[in-house]
Design a protein around this ligand. Structure first.
Ligand SMILES: CC(C)(COP(=O)(O)OP(=O)(O)OC[C@H]1O[C@@H](n2cnc3c(N)ncnc32)[C@H](O)[C@@H]1OP(=O)(O)O)[C@@H](O)C(=O)NCCC(=O)NCCS
Length: 183
């Protein structure tokens, strides 16, 4: 397990650990109910965003199962922080992990989230040493489904009514990629 050197630069983005100076940007998307619609939290107050951000900052790189790395995603052209990607370490012996992504809708539809999520997968495999990474999403979360399919992930499961999500029966999809399937 090798912590990467940050920042990581792609064609259009910079990925790096969050700092408390990112609070305004983080709150800009965490305060939107459309962003939280299919997530396990609801639109956050500024104080709730601050607590959530501090938790991400407290663990810059996972050292135990159950921990995650979370990276701020910044546009190179404008320097704006537009979203986050994260990978959670789920199982040590089986080298399993789960990734996720949350972006401000004002920067959607240009492939930024896909570009950043691809980096998260690569770091999960090469730096965390994972063998399999899953992504879970609500069956109605079409942008998330399309993103994972763009990254070459396979749909492995479609659970129906496996939980009650925000007061309704849930539909959960599980997508996955193995280390030797990374494009
Ligand atoms: C999931 C989420 C990140 C997807 O956002 P997105 O804007 O659709 O994703 P991208 O930034 O990768 O943009 C993809 C779109 O840009 C288009 N695009 C334009 N240029 C592109 C490029 N260079 N590369 C890839 N796609 C490009 C794609 O065709 C796609 O458009 P389409 O949806 O009409 O097919 C976003 O909806 C979100 O943050 N939702 C709220 C949080 C959430 O639900 N997270 C997932 C939890 S499971």
């Amino acid at each position: 397990m090798v912590k990467p050197d940050f920042p990581i630069t792609t064609e259009r983005l910079v990925l790096r650990p969050f700092t408390i100076d990112d609070l305004d940007a983080v709150h800009a998307w965490q305060s939107l109910s459309e962003v939280a619609r299919y997530l396990y939290w609801s639109a956050r107050t500024r104080e709730e965003s601050r607590v959530a951000l501090e938790a991400k900052i407290a663990v810059p790189w996972p050292t135990a199962v159950g921990e995650s790395f979370t990276l701020a995603v910044q546009r190179r052209d404008t320097d704006e922080v537009i979203g986050e990607v994260h990978v959670e370490w789920l199982h040590e012996e089986w080298r399993q992990g789960e990734f996720g992504f949350v972006f401000h809708p004002g920067h959607g539809g240009r492939g930024f989230a896909t570009e950043a999520a691809g980096v998260a997968l690569r770091l999960g495999f090469t730096n965390l040493g994972l063998h399999r990474i899953i992504g879970r999403c609500d069956g109605r979360n079409t942008p998330s489904i399309k993103l994972m399919e763009r990254l070459g992930m396979r749909k492995e499961a479609h659970f129906r009514h496996n939980d009650i999500f925000k007061g309704e029966w849930g539909e959960e999809l599980i997508y996955a990629l193995l280390e030797d399937e990374l494009p």
